[in-house]
Design a binder for this molecule. Structure first.
Ligand code: AMP
Ligand code: MG
Length: 418
């Protein structure tokens, strides 16, 4: 085999992540489509959503009570003349033109505060006596209502293009009268699993065969990252057939391979990609699990298609999941049109000490437990990066810096939720 040799480039976790982010920043998303508001949940907005009117459109009372001139309450108890009742949705013709000194209007939550009034007193501090009300508490100007346009001015951008839509942004789009939204098309992500021992889940596995689980964890992760998974047939550890399937995978927007990237004699992914004159940005990262992760770009042989990015994810199932989250996700999100976002960790108190060999940044399956503010994190016992059962019992990854050897119980440590 006359493959050009692949230069091995093993980066720190941070450098590998930055490398992916730099490439992701250059990507342009696929086309756009218009979808119903509810179908836009989880999709990436392709146009900005603008306020069609002020929010709120009128000074909105946040309490049931009385709309007052706050200076009328400087001596307590105050007695004010009730000149109107203002309900939520009250016809504007029925609104009092002005609350004059010594006057008030009874007002409901969500109703417009009339001119002249500069605050609302809660009904709890009032008692009605005929056409007057006695008020026993003062209010500061501006209290208990939201001024017109305080949440957003008419014409202002409510939701930026590139936002992944969730309940709050969908509600905001609804409040601005959008029953349809323009979103980015989902990138197609080819999933190619490799290995002579791997069989389809419907096949009866021989004694030394393993069912393909990576294509399924990846399909879920791809969907969660706004992509459309395309499952390819399993590739054997044989260069010619592997190459045919890689070519097929390169018809998608992104190719994710699993397995065949370690140092074994039949780990052929890098060799085949080298033969195709791929460009490798890294061929390993100093992490556990997932050290042999590969990231690169290659020109498909067919037609005039542009270069496509690929990841060679290690075949061990936990490594596959972790390396997708750390490296493939930002690239996929960029293809999906999402604005870049940094990888964020949250901190939790370690329950039981951890001892590791330094040198690799570790992302170990762990469980966050405890109630309310008393969260604690503990590693899930596992048999290493092939242990999907342990990972399925975990709800996060505990992150251990590459220079640490002993992390004591009680220390606050970063975790990556999943
Ligand atoms: P490799 O990266 O090819 O050396 O594979 C590492 C380990 O992951 C081996 O034990 C493989 O059997 C296992 N493995 C590889 N691909 C898959 C897959 N698609 N589903 C489940 N296990 C896999
Ligand atoms: Mg293999």
């Amino acid at each position: 085999m006359s493959a050009p040799p692949t230069v091995s480039t093993v980066l720190s976790f941070e450098d590998a992540r930055h490398t992916v982010e730099q490439h992701a920043a250059q990507l342009s998303p696929r086309g756009m489509e218009t979808v119903d508001l509810l179908a836009a949940e989880g999709r990436v907005l392709a146009e900005s959503v603008v306020a069609d009117r002020n929010i709120p459109p009128f000074p909105r009372s946040t309490r049931d009570g009385y709309a007052v001139r706050s200076e009328d309450l400087s001596h307590l108890p105050a007695h004010l003349e009730v000149i109107a009742e203002i309900r939520a949705g009250e016809n504007s013709e029925n609104l009092p033109e002005l609350i004059a000194p010594g006057q008030t209007a009874s007002i409901m939550t969500g109703a417009p505060v009339p001119p002249g009034a500069d605050a609302v007193v809660m009904v709890e501090y009032t008692s009605v006596q005929g056409s007057t009300v006695e008020i026993t508490r003062g209010v500061a100007p501006g209290e208990n209502f939201v001024p017109t346009g305080a949440e957003a001015k008419q014409g202002a951008t409510l939701i930026e293009r590139g936002t992944r839509l969730a309940e709050a942004s969908i509600a905001l789009a609804a409040s601005a009268g959008n029953s349809l939204l323009l979103v980015h098309q989902k990138p197609r992500v080819a999933l190619l699993t490799t290995g002579d021992e791997i069989v389809d889940i419907d096949a009866r596995p021989g004694p030394t065969q393993i069912r393909n689980s990576n294509s399924y964890s990846l399909a879920v992760q791809v969907r969660k990252a706004c992509g459309e998974p395309v499952l390819l047939p399993i590739a054997p550890d044989e260069p010619r057939q592997l190459r045919v399937l890689i070519e097929e995978g390169l018809r998608s927007d992104l190719l994710l391979m699993t397995g065949g990237v370690s140092m074994g004699r039949y780990d052929l992914v890098e060799q085949v990609l080298s033969e195709m004159h791929a460009e490798f940005f890294f061929t390993g990262a100093k992490i556990q699990p997932g050290r042999p992760v590969v990231f690169g770009r290659v020109a498909p042989e067919t037609g005039s298609e542009p270069c496509k990015y690929f990841f060679g994810l290690p075949g061990n199932p936990v490594s596959t999941m972790v390396t997708f989250e750390l490296f493939a996700r930002p690239l996929l999100e960029a293809l999906a049109g999402m604005s870049p976002r940094p990888l964020r960790f949250v901190y939790a108190r370690l329950k039981t000490e951890i001892r590791v060999k330094p040198g690799l940044k570790r992302f170990l399956p762990a469980n966050l437990t405890g109630e309310f503010e008393d969260a604690q994190v503990e590693l899930v016992p596992w048999q290493g990066s092939g242990d999907i059962a342990a990972t399925a019992r975990a709800n996060c990854y505990a992150v251990i810096a590459a220079d640490r050897e002993l992390i004591s119980a009680g220390e606050m440590i970063p975790i990556l939720p999943r």
